[in-house]
Design a protein around this ligand. Sequence first.
Ligand code: ADP
Length: 191
Amino acid sequence: MGRRLLFLGPQGVGKGTQAAKVAQLIGVPHVSTGDMLRQAVAEGTDLGMQAKALMEAGDLVPDELVVAMVKERFAKPDALCGYLLDGFPRNQAQAEALDVAMNGEAIELVISMTADEDELLRRMQERAEREGRSDDTPEAMKRRLALYWDETAPLTEYYPTQQVRVAAVDGMGTIDEVFHRIVAAIAELDP
Ligand code: ADP
């Protein structure tokens, strides 16, 4: 059965890696707004041209652009039976737009990944060296992390008010250890 899951977590927590593995395991599309925006930038679409400078500075792309992009993604047939959201919503306004776009359905579980600050910084640095993403400059990394704590982390308090369960998952340890923690949290959902 399809699932509607949402992953939250600061930069460096390993969210993208785990989201991709979990989506594959449960057979739902991994909807990563960061990946979709990077693809739009690479293709030079209108959206990509509007997003590029903002992304490089570590700022958010305007809500209306990201919301329109996600709605378009939801309309594709593979998303009809579920999806795993990664990188969206990133603030309260996006969360409310998502509620509307879901048309009476609800997120079944929010996986909120955590790790200590030193480990986050270490992993971000490591990724910057490995991947060379254009927004992995020290300033943009700092900006993204600050925006996460200010605008995204409060969503872990919003969802319980909407009767959506939030599972806190420790992101410290090996990729497999963290993966098993997430799978266990999902297994607790009703079949
Ligand atoms: P990270 O988790 O390291 O910040 P992402 O791939 O999730 O990486 O996002 C990269 C960039 O893409 C963000 O800094 C932002 O500019 C843009 N972006 C991604 N998702 C959103 C979103 N939901 N709303 C606004 N901007 C977004």
